[in-house]
Design a protein around this ligand. Structure first.
Ligand code: ARG
Length: 463
């Protein structure tokens, strides 16, 4: 450092003593916001291009700046760039390096701009990329689900309510429920992207700038849909980041629900599926164990994502207009949310196509627990009985079955007729698992024919 202890600060002019060493470290963000370097340089290039077009800088000055920024980007990517905590953040690190590289003309880059609109621009560019990556990752998982579902339309498992056997369903139907949840997550991300993709550049510190800037031009150069309409709002609000974390939280809710089912299904008690060894680990003491670590971890990671949502909500709450330093705290939760959901989606994209359905085991389970009891009640209604009466009749038959340890389909016609003389020989096709599934042949129902239609529709959606 030079003799003047505040000499390296880009804002040192009005200060007479150096920043306290602790305060310097406490207020710095470069250790984490350097991740924004690509967005920061892209924003600066757009700004410099616009300054030249508006005759605020000469073409020569602008070109020199743009060239210097390009070299800095290469250095950062090569790992040779020297980040300095005393330069506080990614913006001032890059700007200082630029001036060092190209001389005093580098100091002109910040004309008509502030770090406040700069950082807001950077985060939005960064997040737009992030949302695009997440969207592709969601699609990958959805493709995996469709691939597995196509093989399992005729596979029958018990469907549950209250985790008690309810009615038989096609395994593919269950899988396609996951597809639908993820489709809403995808749509939420796309919707959030619209509000992310607005340009704060030109809002400057808070009130705009006295230079004749062209905000439409910078917005267009950076691929934004439009410039933000109000400068105070543009530099201060992080609602788009909160919205992203909310969408990410719902996504994690869905992944945790799917994870929970995978964990349950791989247990010896259920034994519905097998996960390949590469997604599991063993126990250091119990030799028989094969633990479903990957879904368990995804389930657990939902906690940190919800935490980040609450962090950002709390960070934003009660902030007066316009920019406040509080906002520097938006980055770590945001980055970690993005990394976490990308990792979880990657794990799922790899794991789902590798799931092996244990068809016999599912079928055996579906045959237990009187899963076709509703079908018998519906049968009696078709014979003219009121549904409530039919419900009562079947309830008694089930109670008899529990006592005799006999499913409805395993009872003889004589046994069934004790409960209602309306029951005839044709009841047995209704009581079969296949009969139960095929009967639910309407939009959104579990009949394999409908599930195949749902799969075809889903393929079109993700195309
Ligand atoms: N590192 C800061 C942030 O992340 C950049 C903006 C700083 N602006 C300011 N006026 N101190 O928010």
């Amino acid at each position: 450092m030079s003799q003047d202890p505040k000499a390296d600060k880009l804002w040192g002019g009005r200060f007479s003593e150096a920043t306290d060493e602790f305060v310097e470290r406490f207020t710095a963000s470069v250790t984490f916001d350097k991740r924004l370097y690509r967005a920061d340089i892209a924003g600066s290039i757009a700004h410099a291009t616009m300054l030249a077009k508006q005759d605020i800088l000469t073409t020569e000055e602008s070109e020199k700046i743009i060239q210097g920024l390009g070299q800095i980007k290469d250095e950062i990517e090569a790992g040779s760039f020297q980040w300095s905590v005393s330069l506080e953040d990614v913006h001032m690190n890059i700007e200082a390096a630029l001036t060092k590289k190209i001389g005093d003309v580098g100091k002109k880059l910040h004309t008509g701009r502030s770090r406040n609109d700069q950082v807001a621009t950077d985060i939005r560019l960064f997040m737009r990329d992030g949302i695009d990556t997440v969207s592709v990752a969601i699609r990958q998982v959805q493709k995996g689900i469709i691939g597995l579902a196509e093989k399992e339309t005729e596979t029958i498992m018990p469907g549950f309510t209250h985790l008690q056997t309810a009615q038989p369903v096609s395994f593919a139907h269950h899988l396609m429920a996951w597809f639908e949840m993820l489709q809403r997550d995808y749509d939420r991300m796309q919707d959030c992207r619209k509000r992310v993709n607005v340009s704060p550049l030109g809002a400057a510190a808070l009130a705009g700038t006295s230079f004749p800037i062209d905000r439409n031009m910078t917005a267009e150069l950076l691929g934004f849909d439009k410039p933000a309409a109000n400068s105070l709002d543009a530099v201060s609000d992080r609602d788009f980041a909160i919205e992203f974390c909310a969408a990410a939280s719902l996504l994690m809710t869905h992944l945790s629900r799917i994870s929970e089912e995978l964990v349950i299904w791989t247990s010896a008690q259920f034994d519905f599926i097998e996960l390949p060894d590469r997604f599991c680990t063993g126990s250091s003491i119990m030799p028989q164990k094969k633990n479903p670590d990957v879904p368990e971890l995804v389930r657990g990671k939902s906690g940190r994502v919800y935490g980040h949502l609450v962090s950002l909500l709390t960070l934003m709450k009660s902030q007066p207009l316009a920019y406040n330093k509080d906002n520097q705290e938006d980055k770590e939760p945001l980055f970690d949310t993005l990394d976490t959901i990308n990792d979880c989606l990657k794990a799922f994209a790899d794991m789902i196509p590798a799931i092996k359905a244990k068809k016999e085991s599912m079928r055996t389970a579906a045959l237990k627990g009187f899963s076709t009891a509703t079908d018998l009640a519906d049968y009696l209604v078709r014979q003219g009985m009121a549904f409530r009466d039919a419900h009562e009749v079947v309830g008694k038959a089930v109670s008899y079955g529990v006592e005799k340890n006999k499913d409805l389909a395993a009872m003889s016609l004589e046994e069934l007729q004790v409960f209602s003389p309306e029951i005839k020989q044709d009841v047995f096709s209704v009581l079969s698992l296949e009969g139960s599934l095929n009967a639910r042949n309407h939009i959104g129902g579990t009949a394999p024919a409908q599930v195949r239609l749902a799969i075809e529709a889903a393929k079109k959606v993700i195309k």
